[in-house]
Design a protein around this ligand. Structure first.
Ligand code: ADP
Ligand code: MG
Length: 445
């Protein structure tokens, strides 16, 4: 085979792989990171891909190269290595200039279900919700920026979309941009590539409300941070509203410049706490109603009790239960629910933490939680502490040294001793067996 034939082969492989990547990663990721790559050559088991700039090269190498390599290997056994380089032989593949951000695209980004009407308010999210409403409805800029943070699946994106919808309703003239930090970064990189950073800046700097979701994404990415910082300052100076979400508070964000952290925390910082049982039940009731599904109250209570991780999982569980009943044409019962969700429930069961164990055990024996960490050896606190260590060993995947550390930095041999002691006592005392059984039930739900 001549050189050209091999090259053609390679191009074809790359096309097939790109189709797979599109399928696996979805349109947004694919067109941001994978589509701009071109295949350069294949020499002695080493494939080279070209990225348009150093930034994209690094990003692709860190995030997608493993998968791309595996796909090349499934095309060709000889492939051993995949390198991503800048530029490369395929300069011919210049892409046509595209407009940077176009607003209809942003609006269609918004999920129609993520409105204030569909957001259930409870203790854990009431501050974030109130702040979001205020920002969406007030005539003037009150706190800037509004910084919403909380764990995965607790409603940050929902609240941001709700703000955007509400502004569109109350103040249709305001120009609102909502985008993920990843998109922001991509737009910025693209502007650099097309040497069009002025248009990029203008685009962002002409908005009334700028919303950036999941801003933790740009930590560690210095040039994007720099640009974001300038955009941010320009907008704040012009008294435009900025709304940010992240998985951590500004001060806890790693890889973020101090001056940016302090600006991010300079408005109102509102956190969304993990859900409570009441909130979960409220959300389930609302969702069941929306789905027009008749779900027995005790099934909803069961789900709210069992699935405490996040709202996304909770919704997923309800959807599965409802879908199953529709498919098999049977009513939803507690039994069918447990059956349908067996794997999910097991995963949630395992999530007892050492902190929870310490708290429950302390409560149960009427000692202080701090006694779990303290060096005191008095029997009244030492025994409950041993019970808690025993339960930590039984109910969590933590190692002995990890458990020891959680109990005031004790040695792992102390944990072994505690486990043996409790086992011994369980063999001798009926009370101890009952205590352990009760505690286990309370903790596992
Ligand atoms: P995050 O962005 O914090 O990871 P999302 O906003 O994507 O979480 O929320 C995950 C899912 O849970 C979404 O479908 C959202 O509608 C739903 N959800 C979260 N909190 C609530 C709530 N308080 N009321 C109703 N639905 C909620
Ligand atoms: Mg989100």
């Amino acid at each position: 085979m001549g050189h050209t034939a091999i090259q053609n082969d390679l191009e074809e492989q790359w096309e097939r792989i790109q189709a797979r990547l599109l399928e696996e990663y979805g349109e947004a990721t694919y067109s941001s990171w994978l589509k701009p790559l071109s295949v350069v050559d294949h020499q002695e088991g080493r494939i080279r891909l070209a990225a348009p700039n150093a930034f994209m090269r690094d990003w692709v190498s860190n995030n997608y190269a493993e998968r791309v390599k595996a796909l090349f290997q499934s095309e060709n056994d000889n492939v051993r290595q995949l390198d991503v380089i800048v530029g490369g032989a395929n300069e011919k593949k210049k892409q046509p200039d595209q407009p940077l951000l176009d607003l209809p695209e942003i609006v269609s980004n918004l999920d129609a279900r993520f409105t204030f009407e569909n957001f259930i308010v409870g203790k854990p999210n009431e501050l974030a919700h109130a702040a979001a409403r205020k920002v969406a409805e007030s005539e003037t800029v009150t706190f800037n920026p509004l910084f919403l943070y909380g764990g995965v699946g607790l409603g940050k994106t929902h609240l941001m979309h709700a703000i955007a919808w509400q502004i569109k309703k109350c103040h249709p003239k305001r120009k609102v941009i909502y985008l993920s930090a990843e998109k922001f970064m991509y737009q910025f990189v693209r502007a650099l590539r097309f040497k069009d950073t002025v248009a990029f800046k203008d685009q962002f700097r002409s908005v009334d409300v700028l919303m950036i979701d999941d801003v933790q994404f740009i930590s560690g990415k210095d040039s994007t941070q720099e640009e974001f910082f300038h955009t941010f300052n320009a907008l704040v100076d012009q008294n435009r509203q900025i709304i940010i979400s992240a998985d951590k508070s500004p001060s806890d964000m790693e890889g973020m410049e101090e001056r940016l952290k302090s600006r991010l925390g300079g408005g109102l910082v509102a956190d969304i706490h993990p859900t409570t049982y009441e909130l979960r039940l409220g959300i389930l009731q609302a969702k069941a109603e929306q789905m027009e599904a008749s779900v027995p109250q005790k099934v909803l209570e069961f789900l709210a009790y069992k699935i405490s991780s996040n709202v996304r999982e909770l919704e997923g569980a309800l959807t599965r239960v409802v879908a199953h009943s529709t498919l098999v044409g049977r009513d939803i019962t507690l039994d069918s629910t447990q059956e349908v969700l067996r794997d999910l429930l097991r995963a949630n069961d395992r999530r007892v933490t050492i902190d929870e164990i310490q708290k429950k055990v302390a409560e149960y024996y009427s000692v202080r939680v701090s006694d779990m960490h303290s060096p005191r050896r008095a029997r009244t606190v030492a025994r409950p502490r041993q019970v808690a260590m025993y339960l930590a060993k039984q109910l969590t995947p933590r190692s002995l040294p990890e458990i020891g550390r959680k109990f005031g930095g004790r040695d792992h041999t102390t944990v072994i001793h505690a486990v043996r002691k409790i086992e011994e006592l369980m063999g001798e005392e009926k009370n101890m067996c009952e205590d352990i059984e009760l505690l286990r039930q309370m903790l596992e739900g």
